[in-house]
Design a protein around this ligand. Structure first.
Ligand SMILES: *Cc1c(COP(=O)(O)O)cnc(C)c1O
Length: 388
């Protein structure tokens, strides 16, 4: 044990740290939420309606984008965006290989072809130079993902996409509230034609079930997306387009409207906890000696996840589980190596940065309710593994 590490007060071995603590977030808002949930129950208006419109208005104002459409999930937001852009068989959509499955699965569901590219080694966001090299006349959209809560390199990406007239769909499912500068500027969702947000319960703004939103900065595309959300109908039972049921429930909108007011405070709390982790890792001589802590390269990182790079990661996770410390691996297999995309003909080793990341990334418990005692227990458990 190093002198520096032993100077830090050791956390009691009995401290357990769950990977998430969703009931705590509910407890904080219990009275406000309960009243709203009962009001929706009594109203009889369960799908769409005034609660959804009110949430869309609040969300649009918060994000600073032109339009916001409440939809059934983040995945469906991506799907509706591509349907509005008429993407289908014969079209290509460029996506990073290191992301949640939905980013690329939605492309395939429309009969189009996801074209994978590698990511940057420090932010895990799309490598824009590689993306530029993959553009063909069939490229109908590009989907940068703001992974873990940090913006992709949107200046570079827009410089590639705009002159070629290629629509940009931001996958902002993990990045609500991320801004281009530490002190503000444009928010995630304001750069492209479209942006998807997810309100899956574990996201920074979480519903009590599935929910999402489609942000849009173009009037005509927004109107098309709005029709597609409800089977392309206007007026009712007259269908101009073939859409689907991508509607948002009133109960989710009511919950999200209340929680949105807390989001800035929660983001600040996440950022404080990220700074604490990084400080503790340096103090324990784990960073930069053994592990790598997250970098903040572009603007305000919202720390949807606090992700370290850890050698011998899979052994480390067993050690953490044994000590009651939660963790997550996002993601263990890049998309170009997934069985369902085998027909696309990608090879192992083709995207070395993503493949190495898949072996090393480790997300630590990160939520506004996380205490410093718990954070010390996490760091102490990792120190005990490497400096045994
Ligand atoms: C969560 C997530 C999605 C999908 O959101 P759902 O609401 O779960 O459908 C898409 N992309 C990324 C990067 C995500 O993290």
């Amino acid at each position: 044990m190093s002198a520096t590490a032993s100077a830090a007060p050791a956390a009691p071995a009995s401290v357990t740290v769950p990977p998430l603590n969703l009931p705590a977030a509910y407890a904080e808002l219990r009275e406000e939420l309960s009243a709203e949930l009962l009001a929706v129950a009594a109203s009889g208006m369960y799908v769409m309606g005034a609660k959804v419109t009110a949430f869309e208005d609040a969300l649009r104002a918060y994000c600073g984008c032109k339009h916001a459409l409440g939809v059934s999930s983040g995945t469906d937001a991506l799907l509706v965006a591509m349907m509005a852009l008429n993407i289908g068989p014969g079209d290509e959509v460029i996506v990073p290989t290191f992301t949640f499955f939905g980013t690329a699965g939605t492309v395939s569901r429309l009969g189009a072809t996801p074209v994978f590219v590698d990511v940057e080694p420090d932010t895990y966001n799309v490598n824009v130079a590689q993306l530029a090299a993959k553009i063909t006349p069939r490229t109908k959209a590009v989907i940068p993902v703001h992974l873990y809560g940090q913006l992709a390199d949107m200046d570079a990406l827009l410089a590639v996409a705009r002159p070629r007239g290629i629509p940009v769909i931001e996958d902002a499912c993990q990045a609500i509230g991320a801004t281009e500068r530490a002190d503000g500027g444009r928010m995630a969702g304001c750069f492209g034609e479209f942006a998807s947000l997810s309100f899956y319960p574990t996201k920074n703004l979480g519903a009590m079930g599935d929910a999402g939103a489609l942000l849009c900065n173009d009037d005509a595309l927004h109107e098309t997306a709005r029709l597609l959300r409800t089977h392309g109908e206007n007026p009712r039972y007259y269908h101009r387009l073939i859409g689907g049921n991508f509607r948002l429930d009133a109960i989710q909108a009511a919950v999200l409207t209340i929680k949105l007011r807390r989001l800035e405070a929660w983001t600040a709390a996440r950022r404080e906890r990220a700074a604490t982790y990084t400080h503790l890792f340096v103090e324990a001589r784990l960073a930069p000696e053994v592990i790598r802590t997250p970098v903040e390269r572009r603007g305000r990182h919202t720390y949807h996840q606090y992700v370290i790079r850890a050698p011998r990661r899979d052994e480390l996770t067993k050690h953490l589980t044994a000590r009651g410390i939660g963790w997550g691996v996002y993601y263990p297999l890049p998309l170009h190596r997934q069985d369902c995309f085998a027909n696309l003909g990608y090879q192992a080793g083709q995207f070395p940065v993503a493949e190495q990341a898949a072996l090393e990334v480790l997300a630590l418990p990160m939520y506004p309710e996380l205490t410093e005692v718990q954070q010390r227990a996490v760091v102490e458990a990792i120190r005990a593994f490497y400096h045994a």
